[in-house]
Design a protein around this ligand. Structure first.
Ligand code: AMP
Ligand code: ZN
Length: 133
């Protein structure tokens, strides 16, 4: 087996399964940001987001939507974050494609993203590098 999530998919490691179909598995994150924090993983092993094929990504994101709806409906949370930590520098600890679906509560105090301002000309410079024509 490739990794810990492959072992969960294979049933070699137990998990709290929220949803499963032929393309993906959703289960509770063992160390949740908030209760109900769910991971949606592709059944195929891909190390990260851009390695995954489009068909898999479409299948997985549909399940992310189902999970988000269930969190809102059944936990009565007002919202949730959908997050992919892509590559170790971005905080990815398990190198198998997965989406975090994190219930958010009013006043839960989480501030995920510190912001900064662009320096002069920096926005144009970075835009010229990354723009897709
Ligand atoms: P990431 O940092 O994006 O790679 O997230 C990996 C997540 O997997 C972390 O939030 C862990 O708490 C979670 N995790 C690791 N092992 C398990 C496990 N056996 N069952 C459920 N969640 C796990
Ligand atoms: Zn894997």
């Amino acid at each position: 087996m490739f990794c810990i999530f492959c072992k969960i998919i294979a049933g070699e490691i137990p998990s709290y399964k929220v949803y499963e179909d032929e393309s993906a598995l959703a289960f509770l994150d063992i160390n949740p940001v908030n209760p109900g924090h769910t991971l949606v993983v592709s059944k195929k092993h891909f190390v990260n987001f851009e390695e995954a094929d489009e068909e898999t990504l479409c299948q997985v994101i549909k399940i992310v939507k189902k999970i988000g709806l269930s969190l809102k409906k059944n936990l009565a949370v007002p919202g949730y974050n959908v997050a992919v930590n892509n590559d170790p520098v971005a905080g990815q600890a398990v190198l198998h494609l997965h989406f975090h679906v994190i219930p958010r509560l009013d006043n839960d105090g989480l501030k995920p993203w510190p912001h900064q301002e662009y320096q002069e000309n920096q926005a144009e410079e970075v835009l010229n590098k990354i723009k897709i024509n």
